[in-house]
Design a binder for this molecule. Structure first.
Ligand SMILES: CC(=O)N[C@H](C=O)[C@@H](O)[C@H](O)[C@H](O)CO
Ligand SMILES: CC(=O)C(=O)O
Length: 301
């Protein structure tokens, strides 16, 4: 298996809208190009940060098509395809496979807390619709409402396409457990950006993060320092990252609205967020300016 392509810094891709709030193919391509230029390993398209739960199946296809047209073959592309109902998720899985993405990923079904066998069937049904594509389990219990367990993972490991877990639960111990259970070739991606260094220390093979795309330089720096054995220096950069995230989260508008305003200041305009996510209000502009300056200062260090 070619697992190397998953090792590294993989930003969660943001939804790119035009000024009327429709999906913008041009801006989607511009963001993909922008991140390619930053030297990241791959992109995680259509996840939480991609606002997937507020988009139609057709819109999600258009986004992935444009990302693949721009960076397919150049970056590792993981397409999140879960839609909360099996049929639509399978349609997106088939579509993603037809575009030759590297992997598909899926959260568990949300709202109804299904039993583990129900979750396994949902994931396996999705995976069966993309029979030649790697499958990554997305564990994010604080938002999904249900958690991956060792028993559920063991059930999923019977599916040879299951190559890893993207772990967004808060205990870094979970990363250790999935990695230990999965073995040396198993991919375990750190979710919480605030714990990237700790996740790597616990055995994560890389990270997929919602704030990577607004400051890829800093996460790449952490990655480089950590693997050069300079853990204290990596932790210092992590500290800067955490303070920046807390600042971005202090706005009235949603985190992704802040992130997009900062990206615009950095030359990449991808519009704002879609309702019901709160957009920025006037007083948030100070938060945007301050967080943006903090990012620039941390990169310049
Ligand atoms: C709960 C959640 O959305 N987690 C994301 C994925 O793991 C993270 O990447 C966060 O966006 C990030 O850590 C900022 O809090
Ligand atoms: C942050 C992340 O992993 C997501 O957008 O799903």
């Amino acid at each position: 298996m070619e697992l190397k392509k998953y090792l590294g810094v993989i930003p969660a891709f943001y939804a790119c809208y035009d000024d009327a709030g429709n999906i913008s193919p041009e801006r989607t391509r511009a963001l993909a190009r922008y991140l390619l230029g930053k030297g990241v390993k791959g992109l995680y398209v259509g996840g939480s940060s991609g606002e997937c739960i507020y988009q139609s199946v057709q819109e999600r296809k258009v986004i992935l098509e444009n990302v693949m047209a721009e960076v397919g073959g150049k970056l590792t592309v993981i397409a999140h395809v879960a839609c909360n109902n099996t049929l639509d998720s399978q349609e997106l899985a088939r579509h993603a496979e037809s575009l030759k993405v590297d992997a598909i990923a899926a959260i568990p079904p949300i709202y109804f807390h299904l039993p583990p066998y129900g979750i396994a069937e949902y994931w396996n049904d999705i995976s069966a619709a993309a029979p030649n594509t790697d499958f990554i389990i997305y564990n994010i219990p604080q938002l999904a409402g249900v958690a991956l367990t060792p028993a559920l993972l063991a059930e999923m490991q019977k599916n040879p396409r299951v190559i890893g877990v993207k772990n967004s639960s808060m205990p870094t111990q979970d990363i250790q457990m999935w990695k230990d259970q999965g073995g040396p070739d198993f991919v375990v991606m750190n979710g919480p950006d605030e714990q990237f260094v700790s996740g790597l220390a616990m055995g994560a093979t890389g990270g997929i993060g919602g704030t990577f795309a607004v400051m890829p330089e800093l996460f790449l720096k952490v990655w480089g320092l950590f693997y050069a054995g300079k853990v204290a220096e990596a932790a210092a950069v992590q500290n800067d990252i955490c303070r920046i995230i807390y600042k971005m989260c202090s706005a009235h508008g949603n985190l992704y609205a802040v992130v997009k305003a900062i990206l615009k200041k950095h030359g990449c305009d991808i519009g704002s967020v879609r309702k019901p996510l709160p957009a920025l209000i006037d007083s948030d502009l100070t938060v945007v300016d301050e967080a943006s300056a903090m990012i620039d200062a941390a990169i310049a260090k």
